[in-house]
Design a binder for this molecule. Structure first.
Ligand code: 26V
Length: 804
């Protein structure tokens, strides 16, 4: 261990010295942001030694490496994570205490690295934590976005998007590596002629060249020297890339590539920009991996034995034609050899069955922006179609499986054809892929399909963010679960222990108090910490059905208003969700939640029994105080639509009860805790499929048959919650004139009933605590360490690296 973290005094000495050296001022005069930056820098420098060691050992021992290509990494803050994984948190805390600095204040200075949208991006971040902690050589590859996902503010009950300037203090964790820069070529034309070896010689004359410069962040594992790399690519101008007359235009074109996470793709310009982003980080990333491979091995012949690439959804699927391009054009491999190598290297994870989210690119975009890549995709498609007819004898599948059809490139099809593994992210989701969405491909390549149920890192989501529960667990089952989350199941022996049950409820109350203080401080709303904390936190989308939740709250409000004898057990309904900026329906739901909250919270009689709180700007850091304060975890998507969910696992690990449908990983949660330790309701995925097939659902019938539903639907437009007659019309129309696509009203009664059950069950404090403890114990399975071990063994063939 480097000197500066050996003990408190050494730490203080180095910390003071660095502040003076860096900022030319003493610790007394230094600003809190400067103290944060110095601490971060010290930790990074410290980690750099292991970082270097890891790289040396990997290349000396010629270890296989995995690269996780993802357009999103929702890393959140890294200071606590890194200090704890390095085992130096306590020394630093004590040292800072002595200097009169509260470590929490420094932690608050760090911006969330919000380089992503939701579950898919956070999953990538959890995976990196598990990879390093399990001593697996697995790295991330992404874009260094100048702005993270927008910050959400609420003004006049509506979402307003503000740029997330996460880099304003710089990023203490990153190291710029200009020596590894790569030029990425776009547009222009391709010249081809026959070479002396009888193979095509290809010359791409681009119309745009962009320099990709990597910034590396160390990914520090828990109690290990293994330190992997998250490589973030930034676009800069290239040397001699254009003539001076269009310099400004060129600079702008380059700058916008890395400006935003998921730029608005409602316009053609936005769509092209997204495609440009994809190729930008794919091309730079692949080139870099090849260079590094050649440095170690001098040949690409063993490439697929030493490199695994995981494609996080279809966003990085251009990896497939890009690797083909380099092997064919630059290293002159035969097509068949290049193709076998590519398939052996690539593996694809599917994260959604929603057809509007399955990426398709107009042929014209791909052809113009990436002319050589388009030629290769076309060749892959032609050979695949030939193969279908002549080898598989299935010309009937050409239509459903084609990569290029009706003027579009189907990225998921390219992904399946060009990789050796296709996985879903929960058992039900994988079954739906096999039986429905990708049925034809499953018939062709059954061996490619497999399931890898998602997981979360217990380090961030339990050890770091819930020290109170961690302490209680440690006292009960010993410390092993901290490094081996499987050990959480040891808790099963103690779930009937009355003392433990009481202590658990005390811990939960403490976490509720922390959340209540945050709500008071930021929103000036008082919430009763003895009420049931009922939380729905996730991106806002119609299929996730936040609307169902708020409709039921409206119902409860009306019932209590109309009947003075009807009172519910006190409950705090908490929402947190960002809506995509151009998703008007989702934004309208946010407005409805706020309008209902205004009405409920300001009613002196009703607000004794319920409060509605919307916590703005949901992201990793807010999740860290929100998940562990929940009693009830709302997981209420239309069955069959939520691929997995990962929030459900975070709630569970912190002792909340799942109130949910049989969807995504909820199914596996119930499989482990039993129906009696969750509150499951509603239509199953098969029921939903049947309703669709038979076209048997009629929303108007529900409306006319059920007086409560009638009342809440009318209340959307009768001025109860807003004086503006245009408000919520969109919601009304979506429900009533599109036959309630996500079946909210079909599940309404079941949901209302489930919520009543929760209320009853909560009042049996012992029974409730026991349920929570069972959930914590059974969350062992949902550790991303388990998920990553499965990927490593079953897909990547990756073994732990031994550094010592
Ligand atoms: C994207 C879009 C974009 C256009 C509008 C509609 C729409 C709907 C869904 C999506 C999701 C894209 C992929 C994704 O983020 N999937 C999420 O991945 C998580 C990690 O595997 C998983 O837990 C979530 O269930 C899944 O929705």
């Amino acid at each position: 261990m480097a000197n500066e973290f050996k003990n408190k005094d050494e730490f203080i000495k180095e910390f003071k010295k660095r502040i003076i050296r860096h900022f030319g001022c003493s610790i007394e005069r230094a600003h809190i942001t400067e103290k944060y930056m110095i601490l971060g820098e010290m930790v990074r420098d410290h980690a750099s030694e292991n970082w270097n060691l890891t790289k040396d050992v990997i290349s000396e021992k010629q270890e296989k490496q995995m690269y996780y290509f993802s357009m999103e990494f929702l890393m959140g803050r890294l200071l606590t994570n890194n200090l704890m994984n390095l085992g130096i948190y306590d020394i630093v805390k004590e040292g800072l205490d002595e200097l009169g600095i509260d470590i929490n204040d420094l932690e608050e200075m760090e911006s969330d690295a919000g380089l992503g949208n939701g579950g898919l991006g956070r999953l990538a971040a959890c995976f990196l934590d598990s990879l390093a902690s399990l001593n697996l050589a697995g790295h991330g590859n992404c874009i260094r976005y100048e702005y993270g996902l927008f910050k959400q503010k609420i003004e006049h009950n509506e979402q307003v998007e503000v740029p997330d300037k996460w880099l304003s203090l710089g990023n203490v964790w990153e190291v710029r590596k200009p020596k590894h820069s790569v030029d990425v070529k776009f547009g222009g034309r391709v010249e081809m002629w026959m070479g002396e070896d009888g193979k095509a010689v290809v010359n791409h004359i681009p119309s745009l060249v962009v320099r990709a410069v990597p910034y590396d962040m160390p990914i520090i594992g828990q109690n290990t020297a293994t330190t992997n790399t998250l490589r973030l690519w930034s676009a800069e101008v290239a040397d001699d890339a254009c003539d001076a007359s269009s310099l400004n235009e060129y600079v702008n074109e380059v700058r916008e590539i890395c400006r935003n996470v998921y730029p608005d793709d409602s316009t053609e310009h936005g769509k092209l920009l997204r495609l440009k982003q994809q190729y930008f980080f794919v091309s730079a990333g692949i080139y870099n991996i090849i260079e590094s491979h050649l440095r170690t091995y001098g040949s690409l012949d063993n490439f697929a034995d030493k490199v695994a690439i995981q494609l996080n959804d279809t966003h990085p699927v251009l990896c497939i034609p890009e690797l083909m391009r380099i092997l064919l054009d630059e290293y002159r491999f035969e097509w068949d050899d290049a193709w076998e190598m590519t398939k052996k290297t690539m593996a694809y994870t599917n994260h959604t069955v929603l057809s509007e989210a399955l990426e398709k690119w107009p042929v014209q975009y791909v052809r113009e922006l990436l002319p050589r890549i388009y030629m290769i995709i076309e060749e892959i498609d032609n050979r695949f179609k030939y193969h279908l007819s002549h080898d598989f004898g299935r010309p009937d599948l050409i239509d459903s499986c084609a990569i290029i059809k009706e003027g579009q490139v189907h990225m998921a099809h390219l992904a399946i054809v060009g990789s050796h593994s296709v996985n879903g992210v929960a058992a039900l989701h994988t079954r739906i892929l096999k039986e429905d969405v990708m049925k034809s491909f499953y018939e062709l390549y059954p061996e490619k399909f497999n399931n890898k149920t998602n997981g979360i890192t217990h380090r961030r989501w339990l050890l770091h963010s819930n020290p109170q529960l961690t302490d209680l667990l440690e006292k009960t089952i010993g410390p092993q679960f901290k490094t081996n989350p499987d050990k959480l199941t040891d808790l099963m022996q103690y779930v009937d222990d009355e003392k433990l049950q009481t202590q658990f409820m005390e811990v939960k109350l403490e976490r509720k108090k922390i959340l209540a203080d945050y709500i008071k401080k930021t929103l000036n709303i008082e919430v009763d910490i003895h009420s049931i904390f009922d939380v729905q936190a996730k991106r806002l989308h119609a299929y996730k059905r936040q609307l169902l939740n708020i409709l039921n709250i409206m119902d409860l409000y009306f019932r209590m208003k109309n009947d003075p004898n009807y009172r519910i057990y006190p409950r705090t309904f908490i929402f947190a969700a960002k809506a995509a900026p151009s998703y008007t329906f989702a934004k309208e739901v946010i407005k409805l939640i706020h309008c209902v909250a205004d009405k409920v919270n300001n009613d002196p009689e009703i607000s004794k029994y319920m409060k509605v709180v919307f916590i703005p700007n949901y992201g990793v850091s807010i999740a860290e105080i929100l998940m562990n304060a929940a009693d009830v975890s709302e997981q209420i998507s239309t069955a069959g639509k939520e691929a997995s969910g990962t929030g459900n696992m975070k709630f569970m690990m912190n002792g909340a009860i799942t109130l949910g449908t049989m969807d995504g990983a909820n199914v596996e949660i119930v499989e482990r805790v039993g129906f009696e330790n969750a509150e499951i309701f509603g239509l199953r995925a098969d029921d939903v499929a049947l309703i669709r097939r038979e076209n048997s659902y009629d929303v108007w019938r529900k409306y006319h048959e059920n007086a409560n539903i009638h009342r809440i639907i009318d209340a959307l437009t009768d001025g109860t919650f807003s004086s503006n007659p245009n408000d919520f019309k969109l919601i009304y129309n979506e429900l009533m004139f599109k036959n309630d696509e996500y079946l909210l009203l079909a599940d309404y009664d079941a949901y209302a009933h489930a919520r009543t059950n929760i209320e009853r069950r909560y009042q049996d404090k012992r029974g409730w605590a026991k349920m929570c403890l069972i959930n914590i114990a059974q969350s062992a399975f949902f550790s991303s360490d388990r998920t990553i071990r499965q990927y490593a063994e079953e897909i990547w063939n990756l073994k732990a690296v031994e550094l010592d």
